[in-house]
Design a protein around this ligand. Structure first.
Ligand code: SF4
Length: 358
């Protein structure tokens, strides 16, 4: 164990990729990077992280910001619940901990959006606590290194991996050690064609000795994504388009969207559009022209969204399932915080001459 730690640390210090959050010990800056890096690639995160920190430089600035500004700074990163959770957690840190991020994993995990992984990452990287992290990269490295040939989705196997990661993190420089494991998984011990010849721990690696590295870790086959269909429309009244706001909470909570909704099984899109607009906004439309459809993949769903341009003379909006609405110039919808799916729909629905140039 001692030797594995030493080899990992030596290798990491000599080979780590440059990332701006690796140049700071500011727990807030590290926390923001960890939140952004969940589900998003390093190269994408770097400019977002820099802009976010210059806009909200500390816990208090984030805690007291307008939610729309926070969502706006997040626009394009996806998984907006991360941004809402960051702000909710910042408010709690401001109120309960005087703006100082807690340094123990139990308190950290009482905060919205901070689970076992993020708590371990923050405690070890920002506060030098000997706490483990376990993400996809670390799971793969440990399963291969230790020759764990069981389904890593099983709770007892996950627990074993946490224990093994904990044993490794228990020693000097736990933050570097955890980052070394993640870095090794990202650059050398990759899912396909691991570069065992360049690996600092190849001598003690079970999978390398057995020759089955590429088949590890074992994972039970995932269920295929469920197919769903929905409709959405750019509804125009007197030159203005209707934007609706999703209620807070949920996958896309707090973001602005186009009105519409899911289709019932076997329902034709055009009929579904009339029904959905009536149900979600009390809108009767006079005309609707189809603009094609777009595909979008969520974690467990594959969505086909049928798009329409429609017009209405309805004055009164009666919302159901949305938290607010606005009539705005079609191009102004771009300025409201919205999800990447809505951006894709707007690309098709708003004529390019009417889009803001950015
Ligand atoms: S020797 Fe190969 S399989 Fe083992 S940890 Fe290193 S890269 Fe991964």
């Amino acid at each position: 164990m001692k030797l594995v730690r030493k080899r990992l640390l030596d290798w990491y210090r000599a080979n780590k990729r440059a990332m701006p959050w690796r140049e700071t010990r500011d727990p807030y800056a590290i926390w923001i990077s960890e939140a952004m890096l969940q589900q998003t690639r390093v190269e994408t995160v770097i400019p977002y992280w820099q802009r976010f920190l210059s806009r909200f430089p500390d816990v208090h600035a984030l805690a007291t910001a307008d939610l729309d500004d926070v969502l706006g700074a997040w626009a394009g990163l996806g998984y907006y619940s991360r941004a809402r959770n960051l702000q909710a957690a910042a408010r709690l840190i401001d109120e309960r901990h005087g703006g100082r991020i807690p340094d123990d994993i139990d308190t950290l995990q009482t905060l919205p959006g901070i689970g076992r992984y993020t708590a371990g990452a923050l405690a070890s990287i920002a506060f030098d606590r000997p706490e483990p992290v376990l993400d996809g990269n670390v799971k793969r490295v440990l399963a291969r290194l230790l020759g764990i040939r069981e389904d890593i989705g099983q709770p007892e196997v996950v627990e074993r991996l946490w224990k093994e990661a904990g044993a490794l993190a228990h020693g000097p420089d736990p933050g570097d050690l955890n980052q070394a494991l993640m870095e090794l998984g990202a650059t050398i011990c990759t899912p396909r064609s691991p570069r065992c010849d360049d690996c600092p721990v190849s001598r003690g690696c079970d999978a390398r000795a057995v020759g089955d590295a590429e088949s590890l870790p074992l994972k039970a086959r995932k269920k295929p994504a469920r197919r769903v269909e929905a409709v959405a429309a750019l509804v125009i009244r007197r030159g203005k388009a209707l934007a609706v706001r999703r209620p807070s909470g949920g996958l896309l909570g707090g973001l602005w969207d186009l009105p519409g909704g899911p289709l019932a099984t076997g329902e034709a899109p055009r009929a579904g559009l009339r029904r959905a607009l009536l149900e979600c906004a009390g809108l009767e439309i006079s005309r609707a022209s189809a603009v094609g459809s777009i595909e979008h993949v969520f974690t467990h769903r594959r969505l086909t969204l049928h798009l329409y341009r429609a017009s209405t003379s309805t004055d009164r909006i009666r919302l159901d399932g949305f938290a607010g609405h606005k009539w705005v110039a079609p191009r102004a919808i771009y300025e409201l915080p919205h999800a990447s799916l809505t951006a894709k729909a707007l690309e098709r629905l708003v004529p390019s001459g009417s889009r803001p140039s950015n």
